[in-house]
Design a protein. Structure first.
Length: 453
């Protein structure tokens, strides 16, 4: 059985081979009639290397815009370009595209059209895969890619926002592979001092530098026969990137202070919350290294984009602490489903533990309780918030969560007050319409739906 996609929407289809996510290809047509066809779920347009369509024009930014297939159709996002993106002459930051609309990339007009070909992404029949859980179509498509990648030694690049479960997916790939009984060595590229990262990766010889009193094996030698997981790869210094590229190409390393090359048999999985393709376009990450890493790519969706997975995740987190649904405060699941989760699965995990231990369902950045009461039941004066402080979460993450929660609550109230009118909302807030559209998009909010709520 197949289903016809409506205006380019991504849909679930069933066939004798099982379920798949299906979306049509799309085209961008130049003024001279030349057609650029895209059959990927996500495509970038810009002037720099690493884009799916490179436009050599001074008005086009290095990374200008992105077009992605979604369940609502094709979504265009301007990526903070200098000269902006316009759809039929109207400047936009985030918009759903219709066939025949003219997308102006800076000063370069392109006509958007839905293609004739349909692209399918197989979906796994599993809702759990080696510790990763998800029943949403997006996650089951990820699971299918994990299962297929696990049968090979292909290098995998996992991308997604902070807290989306990149390390969990990396472990799933390892467990699905023929190397699962060999070492799994994790290197957090963002947590190791710049002057120590080379030694951590490749090892060092005795006397190689001050303090090197003994020979030390690096991650690649320790993982011989197994898998190296390079977490937060986007933090790797550009001066060290050629040495990592050499490992990928030649499968050999040289210890710091050494001269001998040492062969290594490893599978490499990398993860980052940074936009590597954007970094490539801006000259901040090596293009050749990016393509060596991105043999298989996995784009993990934000939790706000797959809220149907929240009950499964809550159940998993409860099980991890030896608890059950019955121990959650009344209404907790409703509040979990309503929250935008800027910190994604990691934030949800902390919220579940807090709900069981303290009986609270507030989130970082929210007032202590609804109705203006503190956790102890004392009234909170108007305009004064009591915020949850968790010393196990880094300052930066908590600060970002507080700001994100404020943004989400503010724009909801603002847009609801103006019945979904973005222009009127932006005027009252003292910001431009584009900025307000970006905030709404960040939390998966539709102005019209908020206005009707």
């Amino acid at each position: 059985m197949t289903e016809k996609t409506a205006r380019g929407a991504t849909v679930v289809v069933k066939s004798d081979k099982g379920l798949s996510l299906q979306h049509p290809s799309f085209e961008l047509v130049h003024d001279n009639g030349k057609r650029e066809t895209f059959d990927t779920p996500r495509a970038r347009v810009g002037a720099g290397p690493g884009n799916d369509l490179i436009i050599d024009d001074p008005t086009v930014s290095a990374v200008h815009l992105e077009i992605a297939a979604t369940e609502r159709g094709f979504r265009l996002r301007d990526l903070d370009s200098t000269n902006g993106t316009r759809v039929n002459g109207v400047r936009v930051s985030d918009a759903m595209l219709e066939p025949g609309q003219v997308v102006s990339v800076g000063a370069v007009p392109l006509t958007f059209q839905i293609g004739q070909e349909s692209i399918r992404q197989p979906m796994s029949d599993k809702q759990e895969l080696f510790g990763a859980v998800g029943q949403s179509p997006a996650m089951r498509a990820i699971f299918s890619r994990v299962e297929r990648a696990g049968r090979t030694d292909a290098t995998v690049l996992i991308q997604g926002e902070t807290g989306t479960g990149k390390e969990v997916i990396a472990w799933s790939i390892y467990e699905a592979s023929k190397r699962k009984d060999q070492p799994f060595v994790v290197v957090d590229c963002g947590a190791i001092a710049k002057n120590l990262i080379e030694s951590e990766l490749f090892g060092h010889e005795k006397g190689a530098f001050t303090g090197a009193v003994n020979k030390r094996l690096g991650a690649f030698e320790r993982a011989h026969g197994g898998t190296v997981f390079l977490d937060e790869l986007g933090e790797l210094d550009i001066e060290l990137q050629p040495k990592l590229l050499r490992v990928l190409e030649r499968r050999e390393i040289t210890r710091v202070g050494g001269e001998k090359t040492i062969p290594v048999d490893v599978r490499i999985i990398a993860a980052t919350n940074r936009d590597l393709r954007g970094m490539v376009a801006r000259g901040e990450f090596r293009e050749d290294l990016y393509y060596r890493l991105a043999v298989v790519t996995l784009e993990l969706p934000a939790l706000r984009e797959r809220k149907e997975d929240i009950p499964l995740l809550v159940d998993r987190f409860l099980d991890d602490i030896g608890s059950s649904m019955g121990e959650l405060p009344e209404g907790a699941m409703d509040r979990f489903m309503d929250h935008a989760w800027p910190g994604n699965c990691r934030e949800l995990k902390n919220a579940v533990e807090r709900a069981v231990v303290l009986g609270e369902t507030r989130f970082l950045g929210r007032p202590s309780a609804s109705g203006g009461a503190s956790a102890e039941g004392r009234p909170v004066p108007e305009g004064q918030g009591q915020f949850e402080i968790d010393l196990e979460i880094p300052y930066k993450d908590q600060k970002n969560a507080v700001i994100a929660d404020f943004e989400e609550q503010y724009v909801k109230k603002l847009v609801k007050h103006h019945k979904g009118n973005v222009s009127a909302s932006a005027r009252q807030a003292g910001i431009d319409r584009m900025s307000l559209h970006k905030i709404l998009a960040r939390y998966g909010l539709d102005a019209r739906e908020v206005g009707r709520s």
